[in-house]
Design a binder for this molecule. Structure first.
Ligand SMILES: Cc1cc2nc3c(=O)[nH]c(=O)nc-3n(C[C@H](O)[C@H](O)[C@H](O)COP(=O)(O)OP(=O)(O)OC[C@H]3O[C@@H](n4cnc5c(N)ncnc54)[C@H](O)[C@@H]3O)c2cc1C
Length: 468
């Protein structure tokens, strides 16, 4: 390629970087995107959102065929798990989608430079490619290098017996005993996959609750549901050491606050204690780009770092580490670079756990509002009273809407139940438009739908649900 010149060079082709590249190209900029992986799409498409959802879907079907169809009057005989076929389907989904991004790059005339990039100076990125170093010059640089799994001291990852989420997406056999370290959404999703496929799963969590950040009431119900499904929890417990043995792995556990240790033996350990920004070898220090004390790149309201012309978005900057947050930042940042005004509404970013039932939340939790001293009203409606949930026999969970006590404006919503991740978007859109709970309550909802539970929760904010 030799030396090349662009308006914008993006480092990293995850949902933040590739979407920013497409939006910038739509706005007429000449764009290059540097990506070190052999495929586009970043963590999300290759080893994150997409393969995990593919396995969640397959394992849910297996679980349903084993235990869920009889009540519908359907009996299944000779059911068999073909794990290689299940993993191959997941790989095909990934391949199709990453290929789709390559198509979009071609369509938008974006140059993909396959190699590892580093910021050499303002306006200059040097890429180590298979064919040697390439210098890429651009008016603007956008860093979208994402994140990596957080390591756990005393526990060495080999991606076979002691794995991160990446290894957990391709275990060649169903482990008899799986220990998941960390009760965040990644650990619980992957724990659910392998539990459905036959593993005995124990989740070890440092805190005394699961899914920190989720509404407390939802988290409690979530824990109860997962326990009913067969997952075991050791909360308030830390893992201090992992020792590999011929038979598997021995984990040393200790109460979070210190005390007597115990040994937990298993076949596979999944370390899922969080993710950290990935900025290694990017040359940030040499150009003077500042990071905070946790390694996240500091940016201003226009996604610009402290160095003019160098921007950053996605998992490598502060905020929720979610693909759609990275995408929205990518769009807004590209628009700002192209001279437009744009922003991201961080108060209306949904978070979803794709277990069964799903768990979803947006905006503030009761706990946060109490801490902020905001007075609010809560409306709740259980799926046991929703006709569609009754018909599908998926009545676990509830919808909870939190509205400002004075203005009735929706401040947050939290759902555990069937299709929670889809249902939440009705409220996300409402919040974007500054909806009051009454606006949702007075909106005509189709019958019989799960969305009627959202309407009823909004009615319940005013103390007048109809079906309970
Ligand atoms: C198992 C798992 C499940 C997940 N599920 C969900 C989900 O359901 N929903 C959701 O919203 N989020 C989910 N996430 C999180 C989501 O994947 C991330 O939030 C998202 O990918 C962040 O996007 P990004 O563009 O910031 O970075 P990434 O997707 O991490 O992409 C960054 C890219 O930059 C490349 N790169 C890094 N450094 C360099 C360099 N120097 N030169 C060249 N290339 C470089 C990397 O190879 C990578 O491809 C999940 C994550 C995991 C691990």
């Amino acid at each position: 390629m030799g030396n090349a010149s662009f308006d914008l060079v993006v480092i990293g082709a995850g949902p933040g970087g590739y979407v920013a590249a497409i939006r910038a190209a739509q706005l007429g900029l000449k764009v290059a995107c540097v990506e070190q992986r052999g495929a586009l799409g970043g963590t999300c498409l290759n080893v994150g959102c997409i393969p995990s959802k593919a396995l969640l879907q397959s394992s849910e079907k297996y679980e349903e065929a084993r235990h869920g169809l009889e009540k519908h009057g359907i009996s299944v005989k000779g059911l068999k798990l073909d794990l290689p076929a299940m993993l191959a389907r997941k790989d095909k989904v990934v391949k199709d989608l990453t290929g789709g991004v390559a198509y979009l790059f071609k369509k938008n005339k974006i140059d993909w430079i396959n190699g590892r990039g580093r910021v050499a100076a303002v306006g200059k990125v040097v890429v180590a490619t298979e064919a040697g170093e390439v210098e890429v010059n651009a008016k603007f640089i956008l860093i979208a290098t994402g994140s990596e799994s957080m390591p756990l001291p005393g526990v060495e990852i080999d991606e076979k017996q002691i794995v991160t989420s990446t290894g957990a997406l391709c275990l060649p056999q169903v482990p008899n005993r799986l220990v998941v370290v960390g009760a965040g959404y990644i650990g619980l999703e992957m724990g659910s996959v392998w539990q459905r496929l036959g593993s005995d799963v124990t989740v070890v969590e440092f805190l005394d609750r699961i899914t920190p950040g989720l509404d407390g009431e939802v988290a409690k119900q979530f824990e109860r549901v997962l326990k009913k499904q067969g997952l075991a929890f050791k909360l308030g417990t830390k893992v201090t050491k992992a020792t590999k043995t011929p038979a598997g792995v021995k984990l040393t556990l200790e109460p979070a606050q210190g005390g007597d240790t115990e040994i937990l033996e298993c076949d596979v350990v999944l370390v899922a204690i969080g993710r950290r920004p990935y900025t290694e070898g990017l040359g940030l220090e040499s150009v003077g780009v500042q990071v905070d004390n946790r390694g996240f790149i500091r940016i201003d309201e226009n996604f610009q770092t402290n160095i003019e012309g160098i921007f950053a978005i996605g998992d490598c900057v502060p905020g929720p580490m979610l693909a759609h947050k990275a995408e929205d930042e990518g769009v807004a940042c590209a628009e700002i670079i192209a001279g437009e005004t744009a922003h991201v509404n961080y108060d209306a970013i949904p978070g979803i756990v794709y277990t069964a039932p799903e768990v979803a939340g947006v905006g503030k939790t009761e706990e946060q509002l109490k801490e902020d001293g905001v007075s609010f009203r809560v409306g709740k409606f259980p799926f046991t009273a929703n006709s569609r949930a009754k018909a599908t026999m998926e009545t676990e969970g509830f919808v909870k809407i939190i509205a400002d006590a004075e203005t009735d404006r929706v401040l947050g919503a939290h759902i555990i139940g069937p299709d929670a991740g889809t249902l939440i978007h009705e409220i996300v859109v409402g919040m974007e438009f500054g909806a009051a709970a009454e606006d949702i309550a007075r909106t005509c909802h189709g019958h019989p739908t799960l969305n009627e539970a959202v309407k009823e929760a909004a009615l319940a904010v005013e103390g007048r649900p109809l079906h309970i």
